[in-house]
Design a protein around this ligand. Structure first.
Ligand code: FAD
Length: 406
């Protein structure tokens, strides 16, 4: 029995445990998760860890002894499959049962799988966990042609990492541009051009019909137009499915993930949810309820949950931010571009250091900053206030953003 039981020992779960102790929570805390490792950061899995620049121990969110020092009980290698909100218990696949005072659901999501014929073949990978990344690394020496399905951030990061390693890489994107869900068209075109300039074959409007196989191993990817692309490896990056079934089965209001209020409370008594799986009303999403998949959201929803659990609640109001590294391009985003009606390119795209500023009804709502860390830092205040600035001023990179703001 634990006063606070956190299910899911990833970014948000780990930070919930930290937030509890930082807020002086004196009860027992346990962090239960299905992976064997202590909590680690996922972003490097498609970046520095995948390309070998960072070893796994540098991905740990805290050194191993830290958790015991803070009296956080680790319960690795366990998967929760049932929640009983009346008895206040969770049950695992192995039949263990744990009783909770408060439950924090921090399970993130699992990689969405392909459903076409051949999708289960050997050599078809997704990338969510350390184990996934190591499977890809282990296979790399023996392969040359990689097809990446999905032109989102993870797909493009993997493409950049593997192209840099000398692999022949194709990116298949079903939409008419990469990053269509998260970025403006100028940014999509910029990244398509950068990838192509480094030899990545970026194909837009590409629909996958089947994975071709021989003896159970992938040999190619067959497109709806009949094209067959040879491949010894396929990496699928088509989003995640929030891992909320046990909680929704127990009666929690769901939908896209599990619904929470501004204090991260679900509809079940003393059950909170944080991180990628939490469907919440974000003040920066124009009144929309959203699920955000970012380290920022994991850390800040955890901080909100920690305050709620010690009886010192503050509504969630953190400014969303995100980053992506591809080749020598460091992208940093501030705010959410949801519902933008105007974009302004700030600086010259050709210099490979510029920002794309998003406006809604004349107000700055978000920035995508490419090799432009100063814009990222100064853009926060603009997004927080929803600043109204003349597009011509925004476009002039010689005027620092903090001066453009009057
Ligand atoms: P997770 O970190 O996924 O943790 C959830 C944990 O719960 C997992 O260990 C999971 O196995 C476990 N679990 C699930 N179901 C159960 C169950 N029933 N019982 C027990 N345990 C369970 N974000 C950025 O901001 N910038 C980036 O550059 C970036 N790059 C990324 C690159 C990759 C390859 C990936 C995969 C993600 C990236 N992200 C990035 C997103 C970021 O890692 C996530 O937003 C963050 O990890 C979310 O934290 P979480 O705790 O909600 O979920």
């Amino acid at each position: 029995s634990y006063d606070a039981l956190i299910v899911g020992a990833g970014h948000a779960g780990a930070h919930t445990a930290l937030a509890l102790r930082q807020n002086g929570f004196g009860g027992s805390v346990a962090l239960l998760g299905d992976e064997p490792e202590p909590p680690y950061e996922r972003p490097p899995l498609s970046k520095e860890f995948l390309n070998g620049d960072k070893q796994f121990d540098r991905l740990l969110i805290r050194p191993v002894p830290f958790w015991a020092e803070r009296a956080v009980q680790m319960l690795p290698g366990r998967r929760v499959v049932a929640v009983d909100p009346v008895a206040r218990t969770v049950g695992t696949t192995a039949g263990e049962e744990f009783t909770y005072g408060r439950l924090v659901w921090a399970t993130g999501g699992r990689a969405r799988a392909l459903t076409c014929p051949g999708a289960g073949a050997a050599g078809v990978h997704s990338l969510r966990t350390r184990a996934d990344a190591e499977r890809i690394q282990l296979a790399l020496p023996d392969i040359q042609h990689v097809v990446i399905i999905g032109g989102g951030y993870i797909g493009l990061e993997v493409a950049a990492a593997l192209a840099t390693k000398g692999k022949s890489v194709t990116v298949l994107e079903a939409c008419e541009r990469v990053l269509a869900r998260v970025a403006g068209e100028e940014l999509s075109r910029f990244y398509e051009a950068e990838h192509r300039a480094r030899g990545v074959d970026v194909r837009l409007g590409a629909k996958v019909d089947a994975i071709e196989t021989k003896d159970g191993r992938v040999t190619g990817v067959c497109l709806a137009d009949g094209t067959v692309l040879p491949a010894e490896m396929v990496v699928v990056g088509i989003g995640i499915i929030p891992a909320v079934e046990p909680l929704v089965d127990a009666g929690a209001e769901g939908g896209n993930g599990v619904a929470v209020d501004a204090f991260m409370r679900t509809s079940l008594p003393d059950v909170l949810a944080v991180g990628d799986c939490a469907f919440h009303a974000n003040p920066f999403a124009d009144g929309e309820r959203v699920r955000l998949e970012s380290v920022q959201n994991a850390v800040d929803t955890a901080a909100t949950a920690g305050r709620t659990l010690v009886g010192n609640p503050l509504p969630y109001h953190a400014v969303p931010w995100f980053w992506s590294n591809q080749f020598d391009l460091k992208l940093q985003t501030m705010g959410l571009s949801t519902g933008y009606d105007q974009t302004v390119v700030r600086g010259e795209m050709a210099t490979r250091s510029f920002s794309l500023v998003y406006l809604r009804r004349g107000r700055v709502i978000a920035l995508d900053c490419i090799n432009a860390t100063r814009d990222f830092a100064q853009g926060r205040a603009l997004v927080t206030e929803g600043a109204q600035i003349e597009p011509a001023l925004l476009a002039d990179a010689s005027i620092p953003l903090k001066q453009a703001k009057v």
